[in-house]
Design a protein around this ligand. Structure first.
Ligand code: FDA
Length: 304
């Protein structure tokens, strides 16, 4: 039953007709548990309320796989507006972005030009930017662009996916840059040639790269809702005297809220990944497909 539900939700996430209907008839009211709204003005209000509870934030302007130069430039402009808003309202928020939203699928040069525009403003306004990691086919270019940018700007990080065979050597290679990295399990469907197919191997590799990056003395964001990964990290940092300033936990907005609160109360830094933008529909459907129980939250929100 769950499999059928997941398949249907993924189908609906890509269906243009249903997207239009859902947007027109108010599914956004249900989406508000997982998405901050359609504009940066909606998002800044939500960031403020999250900050007031003691959480840090990273915002993500939804959108990916752009093939049109104008759209890529507009998405980069949107990031720049977001950075200025965060700074002017003195919010405790970083910015996360996907390189395909600012032109990586057009060319590496378009993505790099847009990143340079974004980073100049981010450096001036002292806002940290994380480049999300996308599918394996974009991993090499993402790491190479990251290396170029990190040699010019301090306030930039990226993501390493534990399910990839290459992640351990990426951690070793990037170490000379003292990078601030977000470590995740990995969210895309990849072939067994490049990724561990078994959950246990992914989890083992996740723990391995968490230890490596922390012991290298680098800032580490552990982005996971998995209790075993979180508990493993807590024990590891305690046994190795790693200060709480050297790492943080990151979770998605609206997911495992009680766990987020508990970590905060235990004195850990917790950052909430907060998406916003007109493209909220596909994101929402993917979160529901990950865990069909989320459908009830969306329905509750709609009726409220
Ligand atoms: P896992 O999937 O094993 O889930 C553990 C438990 O968490 C579940 O049993 C459930 O209780 C809860 N849970 C997980 N997902 C849920 C959901 N949707 N609704 C409700 N409960 C849920 N990936 C990537 O490839 N590139 C990236 O840049 C990023 N960036 C990123 C940032 C942040 C802040 C997070 C939290 C995650 C990412 N990811 C990502 C996604 C990541 O790779 C991974 O797919 C998800 O975090 C799910 O894996 P978990 O580690 O949470 O464990």
């Amino acid at each position: 039953m769950e499999k059928v539900m997941k398949k249907s939700l993924l189908f609906l996430s890509e269906n243009a007709f249903f997207t239009k209907i859902a947007k027109k008839y108010g599914l956004q009211y249900g989406a508000s548990r997982f998405v901050a709204g359609e504009t940066i003005h909606h998002a800044t209000k939500v960031i403020k309320s999250i900050n007031e509870k003691g959480f840090k934030v990273t915002i993500d302007h939804l959108g990916e796989f752009v093939e049109d130069r104008l759209e890529a430039d507009e998405n980069a402009d949107e990031c720049i507006v977001a950075i200025k808003e965060i700074a002017s309202k003195e919010l405790d928020s970083q910015v996360s972005l996907k390189l395909t939203s600012i032109g990586l699928d057009i060319s590496e040069k378009v993505a790099l030009d847009n990143m340079n525009r974004i980073m100049k403003v981010a450096e001036e306004y002292k806002v940290f930017v994380t480049i999300d990691m996308e599918s394996y086919s974009r991993c090499h270019s993402t790491i190479e662009l990251y290396k170029k940018l990190k040699s010019r700007y301090e306030n930039i990080g990226t993501v390493i996916q534990a399910y990839l065979h290459r992640s351990e050597s990426d951690i070793v290679e990037l170490n000379s840059l003292s990078p601030n990295l977000r470590l995740v399990k990995g969210a895309y469907k990849e072939s067994h040639y490049v990724a561990f197919p078994k959950k246990k191997d992914v989890d083992d590799n996740f723990q391995k790269i968490i230890c490596m990056h922390l012991l290298n003395g680098n800032f580490t964001a552990i982005a996971s809702h998995d209790d075993r990964i979180i508990d493993f990290t807590k024990t590891f940092v305690q046994n190795n005297n790693i200060p709480k300033e050297q790492f943080e936990f990151q979770m998605l907005y609206g997911i495992c809220k009680e766990r987020q609160q508990q970590l905060l109360e235990e004195g850990y830094q917790v950052r909430v990944y907060l998406p916003y933008g007109k493209d909220w529909y596909g994101y929402l459907m993917r979160r529901m497909a990950e865990r069909p129980a989320n459908v009830q939250f969306v329905l509750k929100g709609m009726f409220k």
